[in-house]
Ligand binder design. Structure first.
Ligand SMILES: [Zn+2]
Length: 473
């Protein structure tokens, strides 16, 4: 039975990568497997070499960064170490929204630019480009961090995620590729019903995936559903949670229901995986060979344990460099070495976005992450958005408009797309505001719903709203 994963690892996947011109993924994976065990000092030296090369490239090829250096009265040669990067201003999402093209390297072949965009952690859509080489190194980084959770290429997996852009197209070719490469079993968080949860549960028992990867709140919802119905779940080797804040209480619930460890992960669409837990679960190791992270407080760089704004510099995307980019999340450094022996620096914790499920007219659930990514992010002119709900089938959007905001067209877009997910009868209200305040914890509230999902029992519904945890059976 162990033959098939080997076939996928050593034959089907390499063939597929070769066909797509993405063999660099394998080279990066081999490299990252080795460099994770370098000493902390050696990793910092590697980061410095990569940062220096990136700054020279950005200065020579990107009009946006040339101007930034000129305004700061310096050239890349003036930087003597990683700490000196603080002399450059912070890169804001607004800069990407307004000057994305000016950040693209002039010497980069247009046919090697992969366009992407994100809802980001704060609901503000941001366009960006990456090179094919960066696509490969990002995939390799994800594979390495998946290995920490015990999953290797070819192993069975299940995912609880939003579908459209993260899922292969529905052609016969894509389906064949999916079968050969073992595409994971899906629970689509854009439309969760009691029936889809029940089917996913039986599919898991039949398919027996080694890991489950999930939006954090979606995994928790699934666990509560299983508890409420007294169902005995499939026990995977591990669960990887991402995209949303995972509270300590939620982690305990997942570990109890699924009887396996939870590996939390932090990432974003702009730079892919930022940091992941290893099996020591002592904070999250940063993907430091590809990313240089800073944590800034109002009085300078954060000390260990001190929460501050996370800034990321992508060391490997030469198509469109991101230098000191404010992701929109806050986090704190962990101190001391990790028992696992990896030299990669660690985050002690991250506070990202809060995204409740929204309840549709007929009781179906739509993941807040899904709406942020696939509805709001598709419409950059909307700017920053928050969704509030206190009645099933009705939501209120609060909008801090972006550039080119068109009240008539943009609100019509929100009404139409939201009804597609919440139901044709859904009531959509909206208000345009000057500012969307962050929660005191630094978390950004994207969606908040006070409506309890109807297919959880009364008892577990109370628990879902923060009451004491319950034990079924
Ligand atoms: Zn570790």
């Amino acid at each position: 039975m162990a033959l098939y994963p080997k076939l996928v690892r050593n034959l089907f996947l390499p063939l597929s990568l070769w066909r797509n011109g993405e063999l660099a993924q394998r080279r990066y994976l081999r490299e990252f497997e080795r460099t994770q065990y370098l000493s902390t000092e050696a990793i910092r030296e590697l980061q410095w070499q990569r940062l220096r090369a990136l700054l020279h490239h950005a200065y020579a090829q990107c009009p946006f960064y040339r101007t930034r250096f000129d305004h700061a009265g310096m050239t890349p040669d003036d930087l003597r170490g990683l700490e000196d990067l603080r002399a450059l201003p912070i890169l804001e999402k607004r800069d990407l929204q307004e000057q994305c093209e000016e950040m693209v390297a002039r010497n980069w072949p247009r046919n090697d630019l992969i366009a992407n965009q994100t809802g980001g952690s704060t609901g503000a859509p941001v366009p960006f480009y990456l090179s094919k080489d960066r696509k490969c190194s990002r995939a390799a980084a994800t594979l390495r961090h998946n290995r920490w959770a015990g999953w290797r290429i070819g192993d069975r997996a299940a995912v609880i995620w939003g579908a459209p852009r993260d899922r292969p197209a529905d052609s016969w070719r894509a389906r064949l590729r999916g079968v050969l490469l073992r595409e994971p079993l899906w629970l689509d968080t854009a439309n969760i019903t009691e029936a889809s949860l029940a089917k996913f549960h039986t599919d898991l028992l039949r398919y027996q995936p080694r890991i489950i990867q999930a939006y954090a709140r979606s995994a928790v919802l699934f666990a509560r559903y299983l508890q409420a119905h007294g169902l005995t779940p499939h026990r995977p080797y591990s669960i990887i949670t991402s995209a949303e804040v995972l509270e300590a209480e939620e982690r305990r619930l997942l570990e109890e229901v699924f009887g396996c460890p939870v590996f939390n992960r932090y990432g974003c669409r702009e730079v892919s995986v930022v940091a992941s837990e290893c099996s020591s679960h002592r904070g999250l190791h940063i993907m430091a060979e590809g990313l240089y992270l800073e944590i800034e407080t109002p009085h300078g760089p954060a000390a260990a344990g001190e929460m501050g704004t996370i800034l990321v510099t992508d060391l490997l995307n030469y198509a469109m460099p991101l230098i000191r980019y404010r992701i929109g999340d806050v986090g704190a450094w962990a101190s001391g070495p990790c028992p696992c022996g990896r030299g990669l620096p660690r985050l002690e914790r991250v506070a990202g976005r809060v995204t409740d499920f929204l309840v549709g007219c007929d009781g179906r659930l739509v993941s807040g992450v899904y709406l942020a990514t696939y509805v709001v992010a598709q419409r950059p002119s909307l700017g920053q958005v928050q969704v509030l709900q206190d009645k099933a089938g009705a939501v209120t959007y609060r909008i801090k408009p972006g550039r080119n905001f068109n009240q008539l067209r943009d609100l019509e877009y929100l009404r139409t797309t939201t009804r597609r997910y919440l139901g044709a009868e859904a009531e959509i209200a909206s208000e345009v505001v000057q500012e969307l305040p962050a929660a005191p914890s630094g978390k950004f509230l994207f969606s908040r719903s006070t409506v309890a999902p109807c297919f959880l029992s009364q008892r577990s519904a109370r628990s879902a709203q923060g009451g004491s945890r319950i034990r079924e059976g």
